[in-house]
Design a protein around this ligand. Structure first.
Ligand code: FES
Length: 142
């Protein structure tokens, strides 16, 4: 194999690996649950994060009363963030890719705490306070 052909082959192999990685990360099984709303709190069982002896990093929570789902990240037994999956640029619904959320419309990216990482969005995501009571997360929607 000639040098030029070798480089070309390696380049395609690397590109293929990167694409497959990105696709797998995107498919990375976001667990989606429908949660009840009690008064102004969305109620999510803490066990929703359990995953065969370990814990999921995030769970997507929805309810028919909400236009956008909420992505809840678990950092520890007592630390969670709840992020509205609405892009602050023009309101498209975000997608979860591991520890970040991405906008399919124009590519904005947000961290797992809701901070803008890449524009065109220039405002952080809406967050909701989370309290824990009786093994349930109460996400305040006020
Ligand atoms: S609507 Fe999300 S980047 Fe434009």
């Amino acid at each position: 194999m000639e040098r030029k052909e070798f480089i070309k082959t390696c380049g395609f192999a690397c590109l293929g690996g990167t694409l497959i990685g990105a696709i797998l990360e995107g498919c990375g099984s976001s667990k989606i649950i429908t949660a009840n709303i009690d008064h102004s709190d969305m109620v999510v069982p803490a066990m929703a994060f359990q995953d065969n002896g370990s814990f999921k990093k995030h769970v997507v929570v929805q309810n028919p009363a909400l236009k956008y789902p909420i992505c809840v990240y678990r950092f520890s037994e007592t630390q969670y963030t709840a992020l509205l999956m609405r892009c602050t640029h023009q309101g498209a619904e975000l997608q979860v890719f591991g520890d970040r959320l991405e906008c399919p419309a124009h590519g904005s990216q947000f961290s797992n705490t809701g901070l803008v990482k890449n524009g065109p969005a220039d405002a952080n995501l809406r967050t909701f306070p989370v309290t824990i009571k009786n093994d349930q997360l109460l996400i305040s929607l006020k």
